[in-house]
Design a protein around this ligand. Structure first.
Ligand code: PEP
Ligand code: MN
Length: 257
């Protein structure tokens, strides 16, 4: 499973922000698998800033994600937002994600580390949007210290004074992490920019800078998305992304697996 991530590969993780319905997640899975993504993402428990926003389909969403992954031969990744949901999330997915808002939820990091220590299931740890790289790497040690060495670090943008993008993508985190850690590092080009027009250029840049993978949000109809539509690629834009990253992946002497 962790051999998905290797120095000679670039892994593409793609899928909707949130699993909304069976047809939606199946359609995204079909498109992204045809284009060469290896991992299907989709939130079932959503950590929304507003309590009035769509919160996710919970267990039903996990089932739909698993079904879509199985149907199209994709590994699955979803976020766990609370220690209370840890067991149920781990029942359904291949990779578990800890989001930016939970990077410093040490009880959650320890619990996920402990529950995945037996099978070494990969844990994507996103950088807290106000966290230094040192704090992020220390947070990863709560997971490794609990018995699972298979952490994947995800740079997803940090808060700065800039307002033109949703966050500021810190691409320098890639070489810094490469120097300080042996974990793979991936870049989330969707949450960092907040704008679908910026996802392709920042994905190209992330790969050029040495990222081991990219994460992007894709929706069959972004205008109708219940969550993060503005930063979700259409299926057509996702194929464009794959076409544009191919020569860069080759230039850094890697392949898409
Ligand atoms: C997500 O990947 O769906 C998500 C909520 O990301 P982040 O934690 O980076 O905001
Ligand atoms: Mn999202």
């Amino acid at each position: 499973m962790t051999d998905l991530f290797a120095p000679e590969k670039v892994v593409v993780i793609a899928g909707p922000c949130a699993v909304e319905a069976r047809e939606q997640v199946m359609e995204v899975a079909r498109v992204v698998s045809e284009e060469g993504a290896k991992i299907l993402r989709g939130g079932a428990y959503k950590p929304r800033t507003s309590p009035y926003s769509f919160q996710g389909l919970e267990e039903e969403g996990l089932k739909l994600l698993a079904e879509a992954g199985e149907t199209y031969g994709l590994k699955t990744a979803t976020e766990v937002t609370d220690t209370e949901h840890a067991e149920i999330v781990l029942r359904y997915v291949d990779i578990v994600q800890i989001g930016t808002r939970n990077m410093a939820n040490f009880a959650l990091l320890k619990k996920i580390g402990r529950l995945t220590s037996a099978d070494g299931r990969p844990v994507i740890l996103k950088r807290g949007f106000s966290s230094t790289i040192e704090e992020w790497l220390l947070a990863s040690e709560y997971i490794t210290g609990a018995g699972n060495p298979n952490v994947i670090l995800c740079e997803r943008g940090i808060r700065t004074f800039e307002t033109a993008t949703r966050f500021t993508l810190d691409l320098s985190a890639i070489p810094v992490v490469k120097k300080l850690s042996s974990h793979p590092i991936i870049v989330d080009a969707s949450h960092s920019t907040g704008n679908r027009d910026m996802v392709i250029p920042m994905s190209r840049a992330a790969i050029a800078a040495g990222a081991d993978g990219i994460m992007v949000e894709v929706h069959p109809n972004p205008k109708k998305a219940l969550c993060d539509g503005a930063q979700s690629l259409t299926p057509g834009q996702f194929s464009q992304l794959m076409e544009e990253i191919r020569p860069i992946v080759s230039a850094v002497r890697r392949d898409l697996g």
